[in-house]
Design a protein around this ligand. Structure first.
Ligand code: AGP
Length: 613
């Protein structure tokens, strides 16, 4: 949520800042801004130049004055929390004199209190943001002498909340100071130039050598290097690591949208999630990062899965897999609810946190709540080294590759695959037979090819999407294994097309939602060829009897008296069928959004990583 970029070096900062912001725009896109230190000229000292605007990075680029020169600069793309999207609320924010500029991700919880004190001391606030407090605070400490980094440390000592920040000082243009607490900051090491950003995707075109700051750390970044230190001024040594994703991983690669690219990347993403983890000899999964031996696994009596949005729905599929394969009670709950309800944490429960970004604040807070009460948490996370991954006791990385589009697709699928591996491993430690283990191993290996088969039906799905897109809403139904698929299908449709979508267990139809059925409200029905097929067909009959239109996703064609249209997907093992049933729903949502002219990768009001409460 929100993106930060910073540059210091011999070149002009603006081209990097704008390109970096464009790459980070998926994290927030209601306003954007940059600040550079314009060098001193005869008779006038170095000064800050700032350009910021409501709207997209493209609007900022258009608004940027032609001669916006300076080799030290910071930039920001915003997802509003405090104050409406507007020019005034766009970052960077400055102090009264316009000497200090700050960009900030996160939330300053005691902003109101600090604002009152600063106002009493003469600070003039020009925005509604919590961030502006930081600019005035840092300026107040700089006024007392000392270096910029000392002023930033002192200011942060007064702040309660989360932040990733980058700070410029017109009078110390030889450095940028960055700090992290709950919101990522990564440094990029160049040739006599340095970069910083909230996400490596902004840096990969310029450098692969990066340094991730830890929470509670700051860094002084100069053109020729950096120094990392703690809030109490202790120097810490951070070794650079190498980013292994190709630059192309962050491009649309010829697809019309990131979302379409990411949907089509799923076979490869699943291969990477499975890579080196299937143990055919013992018909199990090998998961090196769990940090749990067989004895400890056998002591687990329950599994509680925590995630938000699609991660929560992937967790529901994961819970189903664990119950079926390991016969251990498992349940998925929104992390955003769990963290607020003073949950009972049990020693024999295994908690599993799910997050693509590894940054979602509610999920991180849920992990912290479990850990504080002595529970054990595994992470199922895509972003290596992210806050949630680091907070967990062990876990499974998805290796799905960077996911840029706000709507999650390949990370969702890889998460379910990771849960299948976990369930297989658990199952084989318990009572899952070698024959059943082999059945699941073979089915997992077949998944990438089967996903390709579904993706080959894209044109047919696009046609159907165009037909259904102008409906007043859509109902998604599924039964037992199919219900989480219905929930994720509805989530995807509403998120990117803004078509209202509701998901119900098919079994619940006649307990209320059947009243909604009419020709104007079509139903997407998950109809797998499993032990519940007859029950599902009965539900379709009930919908058709009320003149409802039905689009079925099934393993074989459904007769026309029960469904108006049918998408047929390849059959896996019943436990893994949900994965394949979900793929056409992603395509359906995508093509509906395109047909309706939506901003597919950046749906209104949303952002990729929700790093606020
Ligand atoms: C998915 O399409 C959504 N954008 C959203 O629900 C997302 O899954 C949720 O915010 C959790 O994100 P995370 O996986 O990065 O934690």
């Amino acid at each position: 949520m929100c993106g930060i970029v910073a540059y210091i070096g011999p070149k002009d900062a603006s081209p990097f800042l704008l390109e970096g912001l464009q790459r980070l725009e998926y994290r927030g896109y209601d306003s954007a801004g940059v600040a550079v230190v314009a060098p001193a000229t005869k008779g006038s000292p170095a000064r800050l130049r700032i350009c910021r605007t409501k709207g997209r990075v493209a609007d900022l680029a258009a608004a940027l004055p032609a001669r916006f020169k300076g080799g030290t600069g910071i930039g920001h793309t915003r997802w509003a929390t405090h104050g409406v999207p507007s020019d005034a609320n766009a970052h960077p924010h400055t102090d009264n004199e316009g000497r200090i500029a700050v960009v900030h991700n996160g939330i300053i919880e005691n902003a109101e209190e600090l604002r009152a004190k600063l106002t009493a001391d003469g600070a003039v606030f020009r925005s509604e943001t919590d961030t502006e407090v930081l600019a005035h605070l840092i300026a107040a400490h700089r006024a007392q002498g000392g270096e910029l980094e000392d002023a930033v440390r002192a200011a942060l000592g007064l702040v309660i909340g989360t932040y990733g920040i980058a700070v410029l000082d017109a009078e110390q243009a030889d450095r940028i100071v960055v700090a992290r607490n709950g919101s990522p900051i990564v440094l990029g090491i160049g040739e006599k130039e340095m970069f910083a950003a909230s996400d490596v995707s902004a840096l990969v075109r310029y450098t692969r050598q990066v340094v991730h700051l830890e929470d509670g750390e700051l860094a002084t970044v100069r053109a020729d290097g950096f120094r990392t230190f703690t809030e109490d001024a202790r120097t810490v040594t951070r070794q650079p690591s190498t980013v292994d994703w190709e630059v192309g991983s962050y491009d649309t690669g010829g697809y019309a949208h990131y979302l379409l690219k990411e949907i089509h990347e799923q076979p490869g993403a699943v291969e990477r999630t499975l890579s080196g983890r299937l143990d055919e000899r013992f018909a199990t999964a090998h998961l090196g990062g769990l940090n749990l031996d067989a004895r400890e696994l056998r002591e687990i009596r329950r599994v509680k899965i925590l995630g938000c949005g699609s991660a929560y729905y992937a967790g529901e599929m994961g819970a189903q897999l664990i119950e079926e394969l390991a016969r251990i009670p498992a349940h998925s709950e929104p992390a955003s609810e769990f963290r607020y309800r003073n949950p009972v944490i049990e020693a024999d429960t295994l908690y599993v946190a799910v997050s693509q970004s590894g940054e979602t604040y509610d999920t991180l807070a849920a992990v912290q709540e479990v850990k504080r009460k002595g529970g054990r948490v595994l992470g199922v996370v895509n972003t290596v080294g992210s806050a949630i991954a680091r907070a967990c006791d062990g876990g499974i990385y998805l290796h799905a590759g960077p996911e840029v589009s706000v709507a999650s697709t390949k990370a969702f699928t890889s998460t379910v695959v990771a849960f299948a591996l976990l369930a297989l491993h658990f199952g084989r430690v318990h009572d899952l037979s070698p024959a059943d283990g082999r059945r699941i191993v073979a089915a997992l290996k077949a998944l990438p090819g089967q996903i390709r088969e579904v993706l080959d039906q894209q044109d047919a799905v696009a046609e159907l999407a165009a037909e259904y897109a102008d409906s007043q809403g859509m109902m998604f139904i599924g039964r037992v294994r199919g219900y989480p698929v219905a929930r994720e299908g509805a989530q995807k449709l509403k998120e990117i097309s803004y078509v209202h979508a509701e998901a119900y267990p098919a079994s619940e139809l006649k307990h209320g939602p059947l009243a909604l059925i009419s020709p104007e409200l079509p139903t997407v029905a998950l109809v797998p060829d499993d032990e519940l097929l007859d029950k599902n067909l009965t539900a379709l009959g009930e919908i058709k009897a009320r003149e409802g239109r039905v689009l079925a996703v099934a393993h074989r064609p459904i007769e026309s008296r029960l469904a108006d249209h049918c998408l047929v997907v390849p059959k896996s093992e019943p436990e893994l069928d949900p994965l394949l049933l979900n793929i056409p729903l992603q395509l359906l949502a995508y093509h509906a959004a395109v047909a309706l002219g939506r901003d597919v990768d950046k749906p209104r009001n949303l952002a990729k990583s929700v790093t606020v409460e």
